[in-house]
Write a protein that binds this ligand. Sequence first.
Ligand code: GLY
Length: 394
Amino acid sequence: MTPRQSRRAFMKTTTLAAAVSPLGAVAAPAAPSIIRSRTARPVVIASANGNFHKNGGSKTCVELAFERLTSGTDILESLIAGVNLVELDPEDTSVGYGGLPNADGVVQLDACCMHGPKKRAGGVAALEGVRTPSLVAHAVMEHTDHHLLVGRGAQEFARNMGFTIEADLNTEKSRKAWLEWKRQTDPKHYLRPEDRKTSAHVDHQRILRRLIADGVIPSRHYWGTIHCNGVNAQGDVAGVTTTSGLAWKIPGRVGDSPILGAGLYVDGTVGAAGSTGRGEANLFNLSSHLIVESMRQGRHPKDACLEALRRIRSNTIERRLRKPNGDPNFNITFYAINARGEHAAVAMYAEDDNERGWAGQTDGRRVRYALCTEEGPKTLPCEGLIPGALQDPA
Ligand code: GLY
């Protein structure tokens, strides 16, 4: 301390010096974290479509991702290889090629990914013409200084990175579903502010149920999406979420899936969380970030998911979004894992008529998720916040 330096100035200088790394960079204050694992039990967890579609091959998303991450492939690249199967499979109309299109009949895709150890992220939104938006999100992460590219810019970036750009990602199946929807509804996507209090928003729900009952669209595909996260034996955590978004959305609508903190959040020292279901509810509450922060405070993944669902429930105050008893009239599911490999999948409602027949399950309406451990792939029932079923009369 020079004679002219006050004690306070000396303390400030030495504290700053202590925060400078050997390379001269100023180290950011570390977020408090109580979970640190170098010997995790490898796990991959995903939405239920992650243990159903195989795109003509022999493995599902969670199987392939698990196989890759246990044989030394980078954690995020393993998970993305898994969701690519679903993006490319024309039978899954919630994701990638053959995803249900927007109101204009155009398939617009959203995706993001986060790499725990690298502390990097990338995303794309409203991307047209590329079957695998998760790979473009990964390219954003690896080759740019940015975290999110949208629309035409995202497509131009993909073209420059060598991705094939197709004129139309509809399949016969997705186009047929869109045409049927067009025939049945005059799309009232915009709400008049003066009508919001009385608008029950039932038309779309009723039409949706009819389309599902008629077999025009697979039940759960209205909000679509596959989310997949995982941890390897070294405790490396990553996650990816990819979707064609809300069926017949207003062109340009972006849901929760590509938004860091909403459709996905990863902190390499804590864990990962992601979602499927009503994206708007998640966007308003940034639930995946909330779940990871909650796990950072020591909560089990299941309790962290329940906390996020409670937050969504209490923030759902518009009548059009509530059942007569005041509970949300939509479903949303979170999938969380911590760096030790503990995991959970929790839905607002664990029972949902929209699950009937979903992913080859014929035994009722229980919402499910996909899991792969050293015991192999499984499709298991989710926990739920609100007892009973989404569609029960309340
Ligand atoms: N969760 C998917 C979406 O709302 O777009």
